[in-house]
Design a binder for this molecule. Sequence first.
Ligand SMILES: *Cc1c(COP(=O)(O)O)cnc(C)c1O
Length: 383
Amino acid sequence: MVTDRNGADAGERLFNFSPGPAVLPLGVLEEIRRDMLCLPGVGSSILEISHRSPAFDAILDETRTALARLLDVPDTHEILFLQGGANLQFSMIPMNLLRGRDEPADYVVTGTWGAGAAKQAALEGKVATAWDGKSTNYDHLPSQDELALSPQAAYVHLTSNETIQGVQFKEMPDTGDRPLVCDASSDFLSRPINVSKMGLLYACAQKNAGIAGVTVVIIRKDLLERSAKSLPAMLSYREHAEKDSRANTPPVFAIYVLGLVCRWIRDTFGDLEQLAAHNARKAALLYDELDASNGFYSGHAAPACRSDMNVTFRMPTEALDDAFIAEAAEQGLVDLRGHRSVGGIRASIYNAMPLEGVEKLRDFMTAFRQARSGSTEAAGGSS
Ligand SMILES: *Cc1c(COP(=O)(O)O)cnc(C)c1O
């Protein structure tokens, strides 16, 4: 018997453009529901087993192996599963890699998240700004020769995709011998990334890779030596590596979901190259509509820096932005309001947003523009 409280089905799902936590693949949700009461062959659910049980050993192992395969993680790097979100990494990175050193850490500040990371690092040690896009509200990214890198920087930190502004590095800058530290929270697993070039790559899972609760840190093993013995154990990369990400109870359920998402990527797309091409096709549908709109929609990001994950734009008036958001919601296209620091619209179209959802949004954008542009009366009256 299906009751109305637990009988909601996939047909009632809206197209959810939330910036995070964000849409998950339907197949993953179905698998979670199917195995919710009992993992096959285990006799208990994922919520009820020890983090030191053979069943969870297998899940942790599979998840790590799947990540290593998808991202081509070399043996020189260690994969850690931590908690505290990307925000805790803003502090753990300088605690482990900067504290007590004379040389500064260089921060490339390309948006809200990069600025937040630099602010926390300054509490731990010397921080130098390699570039800052604040004066143009972070609408573009630096070229290689605009970066002012310190000769002996402890590391260089950047944000591969600024979730709020919608700017994304297409290629990672060259930082020479300085370890590159990358916040990939909002484009993790959305495209290939050369991990062998990274000192440390980190990402919370709730944008592209699963649910809130687990943060993946991929660190070059020699950098583990920098973790001072005096650090609290839970804040030390070295300690987490030595304890195989089980210094305490890890976020068991979040790691399980991350493993399912990795498997979904492999089964659906094969590899990250294919997934990146799919993501680029989705983003192009929306950017083509911006470019064809004669300025009715204006993108926040400079075209060369446009994100394939978060598409940010606005209309000539805030009243139009509000009308757009309200009318889109009536058509089942939800959570499109831009962050208050940028305004306008933000469509987050992570891995799990189906092509169909993006097409529906594109069609809505075309219809909305045709109905409103050229008519100042309509533009002024959003009610
Ligand atoms: C969401 C996000 C964060 C913050 O993640 P939390 O898990 O909430 O700490 C940091 N950086 C980027 C790029 C993000 O998109």
